[in-house]
Design a protein around this ligand. Sequence first.
Ligand code: FUC
Length: 779
Amino acid sequence: MNIKKYKALLFILLPILGYSQKNPLELWYTKPASQWEETLPLGNGRLGIMPDGGIRTEKLVLNDITLWSGSSQDANNYKAYTFLPQIRELLLANKNSDAEKLINENFVCTGPGSGSGDGANVQFGCYQVLGNMTLQFDYKTKSEPLNYTRNLDIETAIAATQFTLDGVTYKREYFAGFGDDALFVRLSSSKKGKLNFIVQLNRPEHFKTTNGADNSLVMTGQLNNGIDGKGMRYKAKVKAQLKDGEAVFKNDRIEIKNATEVVLFVSAGTNFKDKAFESSVDKILDAAMQKKYQDQKKTHIQNYQKLFNRVALSFGKSTKKTVPTNERLDAFMKDSDSDTGLPVLFYQYGRYLSISSTRVGLLPPNLQGLWAHEVQTPWNGDYHLDVNVQMNHWALETGNLSELNLPLKDLVKEMVPFGEKTAKAYYNADGWVAHVITNVWGFTEPGESASWGIAKAGSGWLCNNLWNHYLYTSDQTYLAEIYPIIKGAAQFYNSMLVKDPETGWLVTSPSVSPENSFFLPNGQDAHVCMGPTIDNQIVRELFNNVITASKKLGLDTNLSTNLEHRLQLLPPAGVVSPDGRIQEWLKPYKEPDPQHRHVSHLYGLYPAPLITPESTPELAEAAKKTLEVRGDDGPSWSIAYKMLFWSRLKDGNRAYKLLKTILRPTLATNINYGAGGGVYPNLLSAGPPFQIDGNFGATAGIGEMLIQSHAGFIEFLPAMPDAWLKEGEVKGLKAEGNFTINMKWEKGKVTQYEILSPSAEKVKIKVNGELKEITSSKL
Ligand code: FUC
């Protein structure tokens, strides 16, 4: 084979084999974590472990993505629909506050709902920490350690701690297995027999530890279901393999004495969809212990890299790897342009966090992904449907992790029967609806307070995520699977829309613009309204998608004809207010909080493709004004959302400014609704508190700065900041239509590119400002 042919073959094979990473992709520190937000997150999509790297005591927080308190419930108020006419009349008469009162009395969920976000002991429930594994060391010396480092290598999904004490080097290595489905901690000392420590398992409540008959330490318990205490059951089990020394098993501990090397195996599970979870835990542990540690580690790395190495990125050379990550963040605040490696690391960290916090066949990442260290996680660690869970998935398609969208699809599919009951109970409507929050128990009812709980964009917004996966994969079997879901969501909106007499448009009623409020002409502060812009945009987009799907699948001609007719009667994708912004409500109300964190009325700009600079230039201009007034701050997810908006508006420097804002170092953990988002030293995003949507949103934002494909063509480098123009390379990013993109650029110009797809296809692209049609290369 000649060299040219060999090179071509390599180029074709690379997307399958994976790309090697040019930038060192590592987080590292010179001190143990002093609070949980400094610990390093590891996860295999089901089990999580966060080591703090403590020297004399190490605490490792354990998680299982399925571990929820609460239980399935029916919190529908089946009389609610009888109040609907009255609520709507009050809204038509501009008596929004009276409507809100009536909703609070008769139109919210029954019972405590989310428990005001503190729902661990009510039926809504809460995603909880599985437990803590603590290791208490006895080094038999009072000396202080030297050369301490701890790190997380996201190329291998392995963390490590290392230090020297009295001439002995101690090493710990941790990973959440992508081979056997267990957690692994390997400890070693450079001199024989120096490992002396106690292993314990505990959690803040509902636990019992025992000494398993098979030389193990076992923790079991049952969480509160919000009724009689008999909720979800769990089991966590630890076993140890030693080189030298001995392990003594006591009721609440394993005592390791004089060992040179110890591997701790942790297996865990819950009875969420697994009645035999106790024996599953045992089996997984036994299988894991059969293999040599080095083989286990090798399989782990291979399996992880199958996903991770699909994408490689570089914005030129960066030398900042030599600085610990916390100091690197500080330096980035002062001079960001010289560290082009940090945005690459942050992008790949987002992909790492996705791979680690969800897996096909299981649950999507919740508000904290997979990682929680309390029994009352902020906002119940639930699935918020008014931006947060959707944002958790926005980076996946461009980031070539498409299949990780499927757990969300599964969750939504399971919500449908619950949402059908809710649609009937409150609106006497067809189809299904979900409001603002859901959990693993299928909650679809309005939240407990009208001010936020009556938002009804949740189900429609979820359908946008489901649809995007289709756009990127062109998978017709998948389309057939999601069709009943998106059709049911469209049927709901279609059967509950009412005519606004002033404009003649069909709108939702009652609703809210997520979590925001406005002033009525009489000065009263109100939330509840008719036809907030987000609902109008969601209904428009959803109807369009259902029409497209029904035609592709050759189904439901009558329904799609009806939706085509109804589309004509919907409000436009945006209305420009007298002051030049996109109006958030049907009327140009004054706002108590013009810089409110939610920017729901730009849903049509992102994620939906309803507003683009090319197709709707006036609305794009109005979107810019909206964003200028909203400002560039907020909790991290809000900053990330603004980064995405500015990317779609093709302003790379502004998007970059927002990225820098997200990367502001913080250690704050208070619940924040205003300005002040950032990242913790472990690069997890801070609202504060820790909320993973900021990571995933910013990852999506970087993807959107490099490639956009929502407007009928693939645009290369649509929103590049000056700082990244000099040189760069991208391999393996994806565009709509199942295209894989490789490209290189220099001095702001794309110098090389390649578009790959399963079969050669014609595709419109925009490269260096020029729009053209080319044929893709066969993958
Ligand atoms: C919504 C947001 C908050 C927070 C919470 C989980 O209520 O407005 O900022 O992200 O979800």
